[in-house]
Design a protein around this ligand. Structure first.
Ligand code: MG
Length: 257
């Protein structure tokens, strides 16, 4: 009896051991390198969030805090000439401005306001743009009761994808974009991973991990640019489309690939 009991216990232990191994292998594969609930897993970096979700957290690069354009240059690399006053910068027909530093994947917070005095319509009303890597445009436009082609309205990926909703505030009011951008990845000169955009416009989802099949530069009435090989990091650019659009509180968190 004692021997049979011993065999039984050994069998239970053996079965438990191997079934345990099986489940551990599956879990390890599913989690890439780590087991579920693995205490050896590296901890996320501890950061201090902003006072409100609009304020920069401790891991952000502040690009414009309302005081000066020291982090920005003109399209030609000269000092930026946009107006700075009352905590905002404003386009003034002196050309686009871009950051001195280059960025790839990132989370961007930016606030903008279209002109209080409404002039023009469609693409000629409060037009500007946030260009990731100086080339992928998230449209800035006064889209409050202003009809235009949908892939050219505010929070559109220009020429590629209309926003899910029109969350525009009336002209003159401050609005926010919170954008998660992933750069396109090139291999041997060809794109192997499309750029992606997730956008909250005034806190509302406007782009849901949209994979852009190409660039956003105007080619002709019904065509925008294809992808063209470029470096992994390039400056962020704000468009001067001739409309006095204002920007404030711009910060960014760099993300890994
Ligand atoms: Mg534009």
């Amino acid at each position: 009896m004692k021997f049979k009991a011993l065999i039984f216990v050994v069998s239970i232990i053996t079965v438990s051991f191997f079934s345990g191994c099986r489940s551990r292998q599956v879990t390890a594969r599913d989690n890439d390198r780590w087991l579920a609930h693995d205490m050896n897993r590296p901890r996320p970096m501890v950061i201090t969030p902003g006072k409100t979700p609009s304020d920069p957290p401790s891991n952000a690069v502040v690009l414009f805090d309302g005081t000066d354009l020291s982090k920005w240059v003109s399209g030609k690399g000269e000092p930026a000439k946009w107006i700075v006053k009352n905590g905002y910068m404003q386009a003034n027909r002196t050309g686009d401005v871009r950051t001195r530093k280059s960025f790839g994947n990132c989370q961007l917070h930016i606030e903008w306001a279209s002109p209080e005095i409404v002039e023009g319509n469609s693409q000629d009303r409060g037009n500007s743009g946030v260009y990731f890597m100086s080339r992928y445009e998230v449209q800035v436009l006064d889209s409050y009761k202003n009809d235009t082609y949908p892939d050219g309205q505010a929070a559109a990926i220009y020429g590629r994808k209309p926003p899910l909703v029109n969350a525009c505030k009336p002209p003159g009011q401050w609005q926010s974009y919170d954008i998660i951008f992933h750069r396109p990845v090139f291999k041997d000169g060809k794109v192997v991973k499309d750029a992606t955009f997730t956008i909250l416009h005034n806190g509302v989802l406007a782009q849901d991990h949209f994979k852009s099949p190409g660039g956003t530069s105007w080619i002709n009435e019904h065509k925008v640019s294809d992808y063209k090989l470029h470096p992994d990091k390039l400056p962020l650019l704000l468009q001067d489309h001739g409309c006095p659009v204002r920007y404030r509180n711009i910060w960014l968190i760099e993300l890994s690939d």
